[in-house]
Design a protein around this ligand. Structure first.
Ligand code: HEC
Length: 143
């Protein structure tokens, strides 16, 4: 495990920890407010190449839909996460995700992207609703 991975794991755990505490106090985890424009964010999500690793709908190499790590629960945390690589930790840029410093991606645009990602939902259909899979299941049950 590299120093950088440890660093981000620690951030993720910290954030996830506080979200967990918030979540246990209120029955459900409360998402923070969205101040950006999801429609503008959609274009920016493509322009900045986020889809390359996170998929067109947040399902990809690293899923963003239905986020459970805590990064997406709050706009400020999200911004910090994008910036932490360069603005706050220039010596250890991660290789797994590019740096998005304020100089290349403004706060406003980052908030628009945040708003767009918050619209993602990972809702795969039930197996029973896909005829081909249902047929396979039925056939297996009849054996
Ligand atoms: C080259 C691939 C790549 C690109 C491009 C990329 N990411 Fe990522 N992203 C990752 C990987 C890999 C992770 C997992 C954490 C890590 O290794 O840093 C991640 C993690 C994240 C997370 C945290 C997810 C979580 O809850 O654990 C968010 C939010 C995120 N990326 C947003 C973005 C946004 C917004 C963009 C575009 C501006 C973007 N990413 C572009 C690879 C990428």
């Amino acid at each position: 495990m590299t120093i950088m991975t440890k660093f981000f794991n620690r951030i993720t755990m910290l954030v996830a920890g506080s979200v967990f505490i918030m979540g246990t106090v209120g029955a459900q985890v409360a998402f923070g407010p969205v101040t950006g424009d999801a429609k503008k964010g959609m274009q920016l999500y493509y322009d900045y190449g986020c889809y390359g690793c996170h998929g067109y709908n947040g399902i990809g190499r690293q899923n963003l839909a239905n986020d459970v790590s805590g990064i997406m629960f709050n706009e400020t945390v999200f911004l910090t996460y994008l910036r932490a690589r360069e603005d706050q930790n220039p010596l250890f840029p991660t290789q797994s995700m590019p740096n998005y410093a304020a100089a290349s991606l403004s706060d406003n645009d980052a908030k628009n992207i945040y708003a767009y990602i918050r619209t993602f939902r990972d809702e795969p259909p039930e197996v029973e609703d896909i005829p081909a899979l249902k047929a396979i299941l039925d056939a297996a049950e009849n054996n």
